[in-house]
Design a protein around this ligand. Structure first.
Ligand SMILES: [Zn+2]
Ligand SMILES: [Zn+2]
Length: 102
């Protein structure tokens, strides 16, 4: 029997944005925000080599059959020239190996 029930299933779509600088997760608003509300870093990335805007990539996760969680993160590499897109940040994490510890 051919079931012609299109649009019958409602999919709950949740979209989060993950900041590339501070890793904070933000629920996407309408219209989508462009800056991280935690640290102010831009979600958009531009390649310094070829100067193209690099789109965010997303990962999908389906906790239920009708529930989709999508997390967008800023791209870490330019898909065109493959150069790294890490933002210059002076936020130095405490290194585990301390040269002066003895
Ligand atoms: Zn942030
Ligand atoms: Zn590039």
């Amino acid at each position: 029997m051919g079931e012609s029930t299109s649009m019958a299933t409602r999919i709950k779509m949740k979209i989060d944005l993950q900041c590339g600088a501070c890793s904070a997760l933000t629920h996407q608003t309408e219209p989508p925000q462009r800056f991280c509300p935690c640290c102010g870093a831009a979600f958009d990335r531009f390649c310094i080599k070829c100067r193209k805007k690099v789109d965010m990539y997303f990962e999908e996760w389906w906790p239920e059959d009708d529930e989709c969680l999508r997390t967008y993160s800023p791209a870490k590499k330019c898909p065109s020239c493959n150069s790294g897109l890490e933002v210059e940040k002076t936020a130095k994490k405490q290194e585990d190996d301390d040269e002066f510890a003895h």
